[in-house]
Design a protein around this ligand. Structure first.
Ligand code: SAM
Length: 266
């Protein structure tokens, strides 16, 4: 099942990237796309200034990890699931010439789009890597900050992702992740719907489980804050008004998921 889901996720995001690249889609809205109810302008403000419109339009995140990552000049940053590169390019301005920002993504079309945006932004301290967030292609203890925006929920093996983050972080390094978490139990049926998975909902970790995994992996100073709650109306607009979900089930999933800020230190 893991590989099937991963392939479906890759195909879906490949399609989205191709549309964005060809200019046939000006934003991430549409069924089976992550969190289209979020307008990036709400979260980024000044951080989007002077970024290529192509990168901003490719935003598929659920918040802005740069709001709480406290990135400093000269640091090495890694963005997991970097998509069209919005957070990588925004972070590249914080680290400056002496720093470096890596973006990691498994989808060829997204990497092409990101590299195109890198050229447009003339960002020389940026490198996009191809690979899986469950097997990060970087050596141990080489990164100061790991950021990510609405990606870990798509992984079938969250524990492995956090172990990999811990491995590549330098001692004292930190993670600043924006992702969707579940705040209460939801019907098993929802968790099994592929379309809900690709839309970043079905794979969302329970908030307490997320804390537990982070602590088991070895992180300290763990802080998790839900910041943006998903209403049933918003979810319906993301996934289509699925007839297989009953009204009672829609009531249960109303505000059961939230875009959350996750912070921790190695
Ligand atoms: C919802 S989009 C978010 C993109 C970007 N972070 C943003 O905010 O616009 C998810 C991205 O993660 C990538 N992705 C999903 N699962 C992945 C995995 N297991 N390994 C590497 N990349 C993955 C997809 O290819 C896609 O580009």
């Amino acid at each position: 099942m893991g590989k099937d889901i991963r392939n479906t996720v890759r195909e879906q995001y490949g399609e989205i990237a191709s549309k964005l690249k060809s200019g046939t889609s000006s934003c991430c809205c549409g069924p089976s796309c992550c969190t289209p109810i979020i307008n990036p302008e709400l979260f980024y403000n000044d951080q989007l200034r002077d970024l290529p419109a192509e990168a901003v339009n490719a935003s598929l995140g659920c918040s802005n990890p740069l709001l709480f990552a406290e990135i400093k000049e000269g640091e090495t940053v890694l963005d997991l699931g970097s998509g069209g590169g919005i957070d990588v390019l925004a972070a590249s301005r914080y680290v400056g010439e002496k720093g470096k920002v890596y973006g990691l993504d498994m989808t060829d079309e997204m990497l092409e789009l990101a590299n195109q945006n890198k050229e447009l932004a003339d960002a020389r301290n940026v490198e996009f890597l191809k690979g899986f967030i469950e097997e990060i292609p970087l050596p141990d203890e080489t990164v100061d900050v790991v950021i990510s925006n609405c990606v870990i929920n798509l992984s079938m093996d969250k524990e492995k992702v956090f172990q990999e983050i811990y491995r590549v972080l330098k001692p004292g390094g930190r993670l600043a992740i924006a992702d969707i978490l579940s705040l209460k139990e939801v019907p098993a049926k929802i968790r099994k719907m592929t379309e809900m998975w690709v839309s970043c909902i079905a794979g969302a970790m329970d908030i307490n489980q997320c804390k537990k995994i982070l602590s088991q992996v070895g992180f300290r100073n763990i802080e998790i804050e839900p910041v943006h709650y998903y209403t049933k109306e918003g979810l319906k607009s993301m996934t289509g008004d699925k007839s297989e979900i009953t009204n009672e089930e829609w009531e249960i999933i109303d505000r059961a998921f939230a875009g959350s800020h996750i912070k921790a230190v190695k």
